[in-house]
Design a protein around this ligand. Structure first.
Ligand code: ATP
Ligand code: MG
Length: 398
């Protein structure tokens, strides 16, 4: 029965002069999400509103599910279109719409008309009254409540007449592409996909980098990270995932540095390389899944030592989250099942029994001097090994 959707957005409504850009980004993301759906659609923007019009048959559930992944949408209202064939006809359609949409009539309602086309022969108040009366006459149980109705029936008089009353919650946030791009350090764990999701939610486009250590980490571990990038791309759009061969750097650190500092030094090199790729690809920040105190390399002291190698801002959206809170988001976005697959990640192989929890920057730097001979060359080789995979949630249908 529905032939269109009204897309509601909250936050982006208040961006002053930038509003246009935000709406444009949202319309783009809506179009992108619709590419994954069956059917033809047209996306239009009028008077601070975005409409999705169906031009053919479409799968309602699939379309709503895909629209629910578009950041910036606060609500999705399924709309029916009625050709303007006189008030009698409109009134009939409205009554049958109410009948089909709300089988239980023990409720209150209010009609709210908006007359975008001013040459309609009745004004908004008259339409509200007349439609209200028609509904009251049709359903004895139903009541009007003008202050807090259970159902607000919206009628918009345009070229055609639009009717809607339901609002399906959207994911909120801001449209991806409205806030630049950042580089996500994506491992096979639970945390980093959630971190990527949270930053994408603020409108940031996501690229990703994964440090792979074959043969210590398997192809299955790599595939798992690609699958997680796909999960993130469900919300963030296509993710360019850079897969970097990190084995030689890890072995070299293992050979030259005290083992209790392996993880922290390794993390510094991951950040350094991630930043080099980020700068080359136009990313304005780095993203990690770190959370204070979760492991030895995430104490405040460790974070400070890791952070010291970066000049770009590092976004750590999970910094104050407990694991349980992170797991809840991971489950919500559909990443959890993949994240808990038991494939080794590169950190678990080279971890020391007793890693430092309070590393000292000067000491760490002194130990890194042991790497001077070969490290620049190894970093260069790692960057040259870059294999880019474009991760997409689903192949576009069109
Ligand atoms: P996650 O669940 O995201 O793997 P974690 O709890 O295992 O996190 P660490 O292994 O200490 O924590 O990693 C901290 C962060 O560093 C990760 O959230 C991720 O952003 C990044 N990271 C760790 N390992 C890798 C890797 N192999 N490739 C890319 N990024 C990584
Ligand atoms: Mg990890």
């Amino acid at each position: 029965m529905f032939t269109a959707f009204l897309i509601k957005y909250a936050e982006i409504g208040v961006k002053g002069k930038n509003k246009y850009l935000f709406e444009e980004a949202l319309a783009q993301q809506v179009k992108y999400a619709l590419k994954r759906c069956e059917g033809e659609f047209k996306v239009t923007r009028t008077e601070g509103r975005i409409y999705v019009h169906a031009l053919s048959d479409f799968d309602y559930e699939e379309t709503v599910d895909n629209l629910k992944t578009v950041f910036g949408i606060s609500g999705i209202c399924p709309v029916i279109h009625v050709a303007d064939e006189g008030f009698e006809k409109l009134s009939k359609v409205v009554v049958s719409y109410m009948d089909e949409t709300y089988p239980d009539k023990n409720m209150t309602f209010k009609v709210q008309t908006r007359r975008a086309r001013k040459n309609y022969p009745m004004d908004s108040m008259e339409i509200n009254m007349a439609l209200g009366e028609a509904i009251l006459n049709a359903f004895p149980e139903i009541r009007v409540d003008v202050h807090k109705p259970d159902v607000m029936l919206h009628v918009e008089i345009r070229e055609k007449i639009y009717i809607y009353s339901m609002e399906i919650p959207g994911p909120g946030g801001m449209p991806v592409g409205s806030n630049g791009k950042a580089m996500l350090l994506l491992s096979g764990g639970i945390d980093s996909p959630v971190a990527g999701y949270m930053i994408a939610k603020r409108g940031v486009k996501i690229d990703a980098v994964y440090f792979h250590a074959p043969p210590y980490t398997s192809d299955r571990a790599k595939q798992k990270v690609i699958d997680l990038a796909k999960q993130v791309s469900r919300y963030a759009g296509p993710v360019y995932l850079h897969i970097i061969n990190f084995t030689d750097i890890q072995l070299y650190i293992y050979e030259k540095c005290p083992h209790e500092e392996l993880t922290i030094i390794m993390r510094r090199y991951m950040m350094k390389i991630a930043e080099m790729i980020a700068k080359e690809t136009g990313c304005l920040g780095l993203i990690t899944g770190e959370s204070i105190g979760q492991v030895a390399s995430q104490t405040v002291q460790s974070l400070a030592v890791t952070n010291e190698v970066c000049t770009l801002p590092v976004f750590r959206p999970l910094i104050g989250f407990d694991k349980m809170e992170i797991v809840a988001v991971s489950e919500k976005i559909g990443a959890y099942e993949t994240s808990i697959l038991p494939y080794e990640d590169c950190c678990t192989i080279f971890v020391a029994k007793h890693p430092v929890t309070k590393p000292n920057l000067n000491v760490v730097k002194r130990h890194e001097k042991n790497l001077e001979e070969k490290i620049d060359e190894l970093v260069k080789q790692a960057i040259d090994s870059d294999e880019v995979v474009v991760a997409k949630w689903k192949e576009d249908r069109k």
